[in-house]
Design a binder for this molecule. Structure first.
Ligand code: CMC
Length: 381
């Protein structure tokens, strides 16, 4: 490709390769042929994970076997638990945030995995399942350590999403809460060549290993312009509510944000300029949970809806999935710094599917840059 064809920075609108995993378009979002509303309404996260990793919808017996494998892989090696304990003071001090600690845990899991260096499909599939099973346990144990409580071991009787919530809070979630988390995991599972997935493909394309590619993807997802937006969106809503307590209306808060040219977190998207398909699905479910919890919880959705309306009226910018996710996880009592790690607990399936696709048909990803630096000069001049 000549540099002349690079229309703008950020590779906007550029196709960077082919994939059979997912299609992201203004009109629809499709995982291996299945549309996202269909999946959110009729599938479970485990079914979607199987679909992404294996390529087809599982039969009942394949699903039962897959779930059994995930449950059997949930426990963490002692070395990872020891590191989580050691990371407690770093998390308290603030030099590390949960996404950093999760990234290091994945790296340690690679050091301990007997298939760590292999890039065959079979080895990659085994590692994908192990990571999918273990990441929720890392999140749960980490939160238990932050809260200074006994570690809550995984519960084999609970499905993936319910077990994740259980390990974080120590309480078995209601079926409604478990379903909402399950749907959020379905919505977050895959999104073609988004920044973190693309990072994982660049790493895999050097024939590096899955744990390395996932470690890099976690670093990419952490940023507030990408997955970190779900935490940033809720922080922003809390700031708005705090200022409302001092007499500032949502309208005035937004006017100032616009005047300051502030980016509103959880709004906008590189591909979806007319709305993110995932956002209304999660918003509706999150609002139901909030209404069940009472007026204090519902108020977050009321404020969020005002922000959305002003953003749409004034800027014609829609919320992305991270906006309702922030409010939904908040009213469920999940600590804000774990929102992006929970995104990882889901997106691991999409990343793994892309890493396997890259390894199966590999060519090094190595674009060129347009040089805009000083003209050639001599060191001794
Ligand atoms: N708040 C205020 N203005 C915005 C926002 C926003 N969230 N998003 C876009 N705009 C404005 C932007 O300033 C630009 O205005 P102008 O033409 O006057 O300079 C115009 O809209 C076009 O935006 P852009 O910067 O060309 O959009 P982009 O495709 O480069 O960026 C984005 C996409 C997601 C990085 C950006 O919308 C953003 O920073 N959003 C906030 C962070 C966020 O919510 N990220 C989550 C992304 S989706 C899910 C995920 O990956 O987790």
């Amino acid at each position: 490709m000549s540099t002349a064809t690079l229309k703008s920075s950020g590779l906007e609108g550029q196709s960077a390769g082919k994939t059979a995993v997912c299609s992201v378009a203004q009109g629809d979002l499709i995982y291996r042929g299945y549309e996202i509303h269909d999946l959110a309404e009729h599938a479970t996260f485990e079914q979607v994970a199987y679909l992404l990793l294996v390529g087809e919808k599982p039969t009942d017996s394949q699903l039962a076997e897959f779930k059994k494998e995930l449950v059997s892989e949930r426990a963490l090696p002692q070395q990872v638990i020891d590191y989580l304990q050691a990371a407690g003071p770093m998390l308290k001090h603030g030099s590390a945030v949960p996404m950093d600690v999760l990234r290091t845990c994945v790296s340690i899991l690679g050091n301990l995995d007997d298939h760590s260096q292999a890039t065959t499909h079979q080895a990659n599939l085994i590692k994908s399942k192990r990571l999918t099973a273990k990441i929720p346990t890392i999140i749960g144990h980490m939160q238990n350590i932050i809260d200074g409580r006994e570690i809550v071991p995984p519960n084999a009787k609970l499905d993936h999403a319910a077990n994740l919530l259980y390990m974080i809070t120590g309480d078995k979630p209601t079926p409604e809460m478990a379903r909402v988390i399950d749907v959020s995991l379905i919505l977050y599972a895959e999104h073609d060549f988004n920044a973190s997935t693309f990072a994982s493909r660049v790493i895999s394309a050097t024939l590096s290993d899955m744990h390395g590619a996932v470690t890099g993807a976690i670093a990419a997802l952490k940023g507030p312009l990408h997955g970190g937006a779900n935490e940033a969106a809720m922080d922003m809503l809390r700031e708005i509510k705090h200022d409302m307590g001092k007499g500032v209306s949502v309208e005035n808060w937004m006017s100032k944000a616009f005047a300051d040219k502030r980016k509103l977190m959880g709004f906008g998207h590189r591909v979806y300029k007319n709305g993110d398909h995932r956002a209304p699905i999660l918003h509706k479910l999150g609002r139901v949970i909030a209404e069940q919890k009472g007026a204090e919880a519902t108020e977050w959705f009321d404020i969020g809806e005002q922000v959305q309306k002003i953003m749409l009226d004034e800027k014609q910018i829609f919320p992305n999935v991270d906006f309702p996710c922030g409010m939904t996880y908040f009213v469920m009592g999940i600590p804000i710094p774990q929102y992006t790690p929970i995104f990882v607990a889901s997106r691991i399936t999409g990343w793994a599917a892309h890493i396997m696709e890259q390894h199966a048909n590999n060519r090094l990803i190595r674009p060129i840059a347009e040089y805009v630096g000083p003209p050639q000069r001599r060191w001794n001049d």
